[in-house]
Design a protein around this ligand. Structure first.
Ligand SMILES: [Zn+2]
Ligand SMILES: [Zn+2]
Length: 304
């Protein structure tokens, strides 16, 4: 089924497999989550979501394998990639490809609707959850890092997809029966899928922009109220300005759990050469936003 909405990046196509997977997960979450409830199952779901999203997706996939914001061993990369794949948002190859496409289009003056946010919340969620983008010219995008694309483990995790949840489901069932499976698997997957893209939308549409990227259609926003829930990823304007930085939130006023995790791993000697906003230059073309004029002197400012 072809979708008529088209843009500079090519067309978009409804992916029925994505719709089916989303529906199964959400039916499982609603039915299973309400039939089988326990507070310990909720705690297991929250714990698994935090570990897979923080260490797996934010630190392992995004800051580590996509942006190379720190160095680590192949063994540590493997551990983080398995955790990231268990988040249920897809493998690191597909996530890298999508990230490069999104980044390319958002930094052009015109961004096709699939990669932009001007069409509103439901439009952005629908595209992200159910549609694929089809590029007219793949060659404009940077290729996925061969260290990622050619690694057999990452290819296996990509192909395995949601089947990776099966061994986890068996372990959850053994540990806590139906409630652990309903909450630790279905409710968790439903919340991470919807939450991930909802946070993506908000951190492009509402919040401060301390940095400007002239000529870029989407520049991200720093959305403080989502900082803890997003593992620090919602300091997103800073991420657009310093894409290679492992640090997104700066200072104690900008909590960044993903960066705390990177610092903890560094303390344990498991990662090193961590790039931060203080040891990196601004992205080419980016600049500090012109500060809103603050008059330190007591001189009155005449309104015009
Ligand atoms: Zn962005
Ligand atoms: Zn990024």
């Amino acid at each position: 089924m072809e979708d008529a909405r088209d843009g500079a990046g090519g067309g978009t196509r409804l992916n029925r497999a994505k719709v089916l997977r989303w529906a199964l997960i959400h039916v499982g979450a609603l039915v299973g989550g309400s039939l089988f409830f326990s507070w310990s199952a909720v705690a297991v779901a929250m714990g698994l979501a935090a570990v897979t999203m923080c260490l797996g997706v934010s630190v392992g996939f995004h800051r580590g394998l996509i942006h190379r914001a720190f160095q680590t061993s192949r063994a540590m990369e493997a551990v983080l990639a398995v955790l990231g794949s268990l988040a249920g948002l897809g493998g690191v190859l597909g996530m890298s490809r999508m990230h490069h496409r999104r980044d390319y289009h958002q930094n052009q003056p015109d961004c096709p609707p699939y990669f932009g946010y001007s069409g509103g919340f439901l439009n952005a969620m629908g595209y992200a959850l159910f549609f694929d983008s089809e590029a007219r010219d793949e060659s404009v995008y940077p290729p996925v890092d061969p260290r990622v694309a050619e690694r057999p483990l990452f290819q296996f995790l990509e192909r395995a997809g949601l089947w990776l949840q099966v061994p986890l489901a068996l372990a959850l069932y053994a540990a806590g029966g139906e409630a652990f499976v309903a909450w630790g698997l279905f409710v968790r997957l439903a919340l991470t899928q919807d939450g991930f893209w909802a946070i993506h939308y908000v951190s492009h549409t509402s919040g401060e922009q301390p940095y400007e990227l002239p000529g870029a259609a989407e520049q991200g926003r720093n959305t403080g109220w989502l900082a803890l829930l997003s593992m620090g990823e919602s300091w997103h304007n800073t991420h657009h300005a310093f894409p290679s930085s492992a640090q997104m939130g700066v200072g104690w006023r900008q909590p960044d759990p993903g960066f705390w995790a990177v610092r903890a791993l560094e303390g344990l000697g498991l990662v090193w050469n961590v790039k931060t906003v203080s040891n990196l230059p601004l992205r080419e073309g980016a600049r500090h936003a012109r500060p809103t004029r603050v008059h330190r002197s007591a001189q009155p400012v005449t309104a015009r």
